[in-house]
Design a protein around this ligand. Sequence first.
Ligand code: NAD
Length: 313
Amino acid sequence: MPSDTLPSTVAVVGAGTMGHGLALQFARHGAGVTLVDHRESNLDDARAGVDDALDFLAAEGLLDANPAAVRAHIDYTLDTSAAVASVDLVVETVSEDLSVKQRVFAELAAAAPDDAVLATNTSGIPITDIAAAVPGAADRVVGCHWWNPPYLLPTVEVVRGETTSDETVDRTAAFVEAVNREPIRVERDVPGFVWNRIQFAVLRECTHLVSEGVASLADVERAVRDGYALRTAVVGPFETADLAGLDLFRTIAADLYPHLSDADEPGPLFDERLAAGRGGVEDGAGFHEYDASPVDVIRRRDERVAAIRRALD
Ligand SMILES: NC(=O)c1ccc[n+]([C@@H]2O[C@H](COP(=O)([O-])OP(=O)(O)OC[C@H]3O[C@@H](n4cnc5c(N)ncnc54)[C@H](O)[C@@H]3O)[C@@H](O)[C@H]2O)c1
């Protein structure tokens, strides 16, 4: 897209796990970014997070910008109103809590220019509910849902709320492209948007297969990671059906759908582990056991994702 459509000034509100990664992704593609938080210590952590991420990208051969120039494109502040006063786009990425987000959006609508896009990185709160806090600006509120880490994963959901204007959706999608990402347009404000619906449909079937004793947890994990997902990195579900033939896939779908899980509850596989204090990598155990620290486990994941991206590129 032409560079004159790249918002030259962007504010990212919330400098946590996602905020620092978003600031980095925008800055490495030339946007001037102001990163906002309400705690100074979080801004310090965000600066360190940006440095770590730049080191990671450089080590993986994925950094095509000068790290010093990227750092120079990011300002850090505690003052939300001042940060958004002359921006083209705000991406809110504070805690996943409707009342917190609604308070932040009220401040954004009051302080940002009248034509600024007001985007939220919410994972699951309806965009329409967030927009309800700012009736005068509801047409400019849009979902812009990134995946972690934002400087590594190529797709971003652009989610239309019930009041979002076409112009807001188009400007947001154009911005996503300008920072070298692929917009996935979600045309209805449905729970889970697109990626999480798919992710949890797969997880529901995986837990169902293990609970029913069809296969072990380790084998189901491998069937997805080393089989289905590996090939899906190259051909998506619709192209897979094309390659097999729609006649065949239609027949299998008709036979199989009645047998797939339609459970409404996450079930005992989760509940037993949670009751035993096995909440995941932070506890050293969840569905699996972990010897390494959470940071190291996540670093290892990101190194593998980077390797797959390099191979596919
Ligand atoms: N972590 C993920 O993998 C992920 C992925 C996609 C989307 N999200 C979404 O992104 C958002 C942020 O998630 P996160 O994991 O980065 O959370 P986080 O807790 O790491 O960061 C949130 C930050 O927002 C700050 N904050 C809270 N209220 C604020 C306010 N009023 N003004 C300024 N700053 C404020 C907090 O101090 C904190 O630094 C959530 O909506 C989450 O659902 C998270």
